[in-house]
Write a protein that binds this ligand. Structure first.
Ligand SMILES: Cc1cc2nc3c(=O)[nH]c(=O)nc-3n(C[C@H](O)[C@H](O)[C@H](O)COP(=O)(O)OP(=O)(O)OC[C@H]3O[C@@H](n4cnc5c(N)ncnc54)[C@H](O)[C@@H]3O)c2cc1C
Length: 407
């Protein structure tokens, strides 16, 4: 460990930032540790925001990764409600919106991303919501009443989770997606088709190829969501879930190399050797994907936050995780390991109609990726087969009589 470091600043107090701060202390860092975040809440996990918290089944406090007491115990100077406006690399300091400056020897950027807004007329109307923070969920939850008409714009993960939660709460839901299938950017066709059936079976109207061109309020206090073909979807509330914009502006202005996020190497180091980045904002090469990418996932926020902290302390590591993502919708647990691609051969075990199945994606005799519904056990074995690069046969994977553990 580099014991000479006196001050480490973690910029961004979300999941990655919290894990970076916690790890620095766990690994024995005794110097000044400052955690800067522009939200009022101590660092928290976001996945339940569209699930249990939105459904009113859990309290926001249950999301906290480090509460105020834990931050104090770790001697972390948590600057909440505090926005950083500049990374001054020449002076090795972070400038805050209130004029204060925080010097650093090492800086870990964990600024995550913000929900992408739909840039059409009326998107600033009060009935149009985005979902990224606890405060967003607190605003949205009360309007998802039984009978409320909810238009979800975007058939990606967040949109579909909001749709599922809104249905659970008794709302009438329409999902509007411009693409020809759900979650087009992140999943293969087999899963898109399954998701479409899952939502239809729960009474969601899914409209594919539907482009929203404006929002307008009607006289009765409702909201018209207007499509490119002129149709208006009468709604009480609209939730826009059309992706994430990485918060890499400070890094870019500071001259760090960025390409759709802050570029880092396998040690989570940016183009400045004293500055690291982790979580949704970081772009890294991933050997499982065969390219550079940002991993927007709970797993990556935690593991890369930990890796960046260790690396900032001088430990050598190669961060190259097998990507893992999960979602819960209508009591169905969906998981994806690896990055399935059209070139892979797909074999299926189980039966989508019965709600439980796994799709395996092969390159020759190697398993590259796997996804499935309500099949956590099989997927855990699949993960091992992928990571160990075990030789497998498609017919064994597809055959439910063959135990994956034996492979
Ligand atoms: C509703 C929702 C549901 C999700 N569900 C799942 C799921 O089921 N499975 C899964 O794997 N992943 C899920 N995710 C993704 C996962 O939560 C994210 O990948 C993870 O939160 C990323 O953590 P992060 O720390 O990189 O970024 P963030 O959590 O975005 O934290 C970054 C923090 O930095 C702050 N910040 C930014 N700029 C500044 C600045 N200049 N000054 C001060 N502070 C700043 C931000 O306000 C924010 O608080 C979900 C995300 C959302 C929003």
């Amino acid at each position: 460990m580099d014991t000479n470091v006196s001050t480490i600043v973690v910029l961004g107090a979300g999941q990655a930032g919290a894990w970076a701060a916690r790890t620095l202390r766990q690994e024995g860092f005794k110097g000044r540790l400052v955690l800067i975040g522009d939200e009022a809440h101590p660092p928290y996990e976001r996945p339940p925001l569209s699930k249990g918290i939105l459904a009113g089944e859990a309290q926001a406090e249950s999301l906290h990764i480090l509460d105020s007491a834990a931050l104090a115990e770790l001697s972390v100077e948590w600057l909440g409600n505090t926005r950083a406006v500049e990374i001054d690399r020449r002076g090795s300091r972070v400038v805050l919106a209130d004029g204060r400056v925080i010097p650093y020897e090492k800086l870990i950027i964990c600024t995550g991303g913000r929900a992408r807004a739909l840039m059409v007329p009326g998107s600033d109307l009060p009935g149009v919501h985005l979902l990224r923070t606890i405060d967003d969920t607190v605003r949205l939850a009360p309007v998802l009443r039984p009978g409320a008409r909810v238009a979800v714009i975007g058939g990606g993960w967040i949109g579909l989770e909001v749709a599922a939660t809104a249905r659970k709460l008794g709302a009438a839901v329409t999902v509007l997606e411009t693409a020809q299938r759900l979650c087009e950017r992140s999943v293969p066709e087999a899963l898109s088709a399954y998701l479409l059936e899952l939502h239809a079976a729960h009474g969601v109207e899914v409209r594919l190829g539907a482009a929203v061109t404006s929002f307008s309020s009607d006289d009765a206090g409702g909201l018209d969501v207007v499509l490119s073909d002129g149709q208006a979807i009468r709604s009480d509330v609209a939730v826009v879930g059309i992706g994430l914009i990485p918060n890499d502006e400070l890094a870019r202005t500071a001259g760090l190399e960025c390409d759709g996020g802050v570029l880092v190497d396998a040690q989570c180091r940016t183009s400045d050797p004293h500055i690291f980045a982790a979580g949704d904002v970081a772009v890294a090469r991933n050997s499982w994907a065969g390219r550079r990418l940002r991993l927007e996932s709970w797993q990556n926020a935690q593991e890369q936050g930990i890796a960046a902290a260790k690396s900032a302390l001088g430990q050598h590591l190669e961060y190259d995780p097998l990507p893992w993502f999960w979602s819960d919708q209508y009591g169905t647990n969906l998981q994806i390991y690896g990055i399935p691609m059209p070139a892979h051969q797909m074999v299926m075990r189980g039966n989508p109609a019965a709600g439980s199945f796994v799709c395996f994606y092969l390159e020759g005799d190697r398993l590259i990726a796997a996804l499935g519904s309500n099949a956590a056990r099989d997927l855990r074995f699949a993960k091992r087969l992928i990571e160990r690069r075990t030789q497998v046969r498609g017919e064994d994977l597809a055959n439910p009589e063959v135990a994956l553990a034996k492979l």
